[in-house]
Every structure is written in structure tokens, then in C-alpha cells.
Design a protein around this ligand. Sequence first.
Ligand code: FE2
Ligand code: FE2
Length: 253
Amino acid sequence: MEKIRAVKIDKGIIKTGTAKRKAIMETVSPTPDYRTSYPTYMDRRCIIGFLNSDLLLEKISKDISKYENIKYCIQKNPELKSLLNTYGLNIKNCDFVNFPTKTDEHMKQTALIAGKICDNLGINTIRKAKVIKAARLHDIGKIFIPSDILNKKGKLTGEEKSVIDVHAKLGHKLLETLNIDNETLDLIKNHHSYNGNSSIEQQIVSASDIFSALTENSRTYRNAASAEDAIKEISSPKYGFSKEVIEALKKSI
Ligand SMILES: [Fe+2]
Ligand SMILES: [Fe+2]
């Protein structure tokens, strides 16, 4: 096994020059139980560990622009990079990568459906543009979520779930450094925390997100639902979407 060049531990964040995850886990994490919730890594050069989702949010939010992962991830995806560049993101000299392609495909699909729902509801061009922008970027915060949690097969633990849940806030944190209007940012921040009283735009983004997630076959923990089954599920009162949004979604597929 290669030697670990450096391991720095700073309040739960672990960094190393080479990503030798197993060795590091054995070094810093003495028992198997502890390992499942302690360190993990985000890309091939930088390993971070976290104690809980609050710490992850706090650490990343402090200076989001310094996170190398975001550079690698964006570099890997020229279309996303150019999209973010149009909002003022300036990332240079990045040479490698780990962008979760399936997350990007999911965001594209969500934006496609959201645009159709807007058309079916007669949403005006300006509002529609914001809905599409929010849908296209809504899960960008997943760039910061460790890939072994994001791609885990099987059920997530409570802690893993709370880490994934931070992605909406992280996406908002990242994008608020760019030239994106507040309404779009709010749609992104609240895409999992809408309710029956949320704006029609919010409902469109969130319903499109759920529809897209249910019907795509790249999820590791379950099979894709048919469009009909997905609509049935989304129509359930537990989601709280208005009838007009559900009807417009039906017409969109
Ligand atoms: Fe999400
Ligand atoms: Fe999503």
C-alpha cells in the first residue's frame, strides 16, 4: 500500500495529499462503526471527513470558492461549466474530476419537465425562465456530498440522509456567489421544503424534481417507476401539490 503523504485533522475535516481512503479510515477511525459515519472522500486528491451535516454545511459555506471539488466537478462537465460561467463563475486551470453525471442528467430532465409544465399553465416568459434555471441547477449542491453516500446502494442511515439533505442549502450557498436572482435562489434552496402554500413556481420545480427522480433508472436504491405510477404517487396528498400543477404535469409527459 502506498504511503499516505499527509493527514491533517482539523475539527472533523480530514485532508491528505493522496486519497488512500482505506488506510486513512483505518488510521483515524478505530472501529468499523465509527468508520461508517466518519471520514469519506470527495475526489481523488482531497479527503474530507465530517461529524455531521451541520459541520459539513458550516465548513463548506465558510469559503465555498476555495473548494477544489467544485472546480474538478465543473471542469468535467463543459456544458455545466459554460452554464455557470454565464452567471459569473470563473473557474480556471482545472484538470480533473468527478462530476456526478447522473445528477446532471437528472437536473436536465427536471428542467425539461418544468418548462413544459410552465407552458401548460401559461406561465409568462420571465417566470418560466426562472423556473427552468432553478430546475436546471437545483441539485448542484450534490457536488459537495461525498460520492459514497450519494451512490450508496441500499438504505441510507439517518446521518447519511441528513448529510444528503444539506445539498439544497449548499447549492444555494454556491449559487448566491454568482449572478443569479434571489427568486431563483429561493426556488433552489426550497426545492425539498415546499408545501401546499408555496408559490406555483416552487411547486413546479419540486413536482418536476420528484417526477424526474421517480422515473429515472439511474437511482441506486430502486427501480424506475412508470410515468403513470409516478403521477399517481405525486398526486398523493402527502406531497401537497395543487391540482392545477398535477394536471399540468400530466399533460407534460
Ligand atoms: Fe434535491
Ligand atoms: Fe433533484
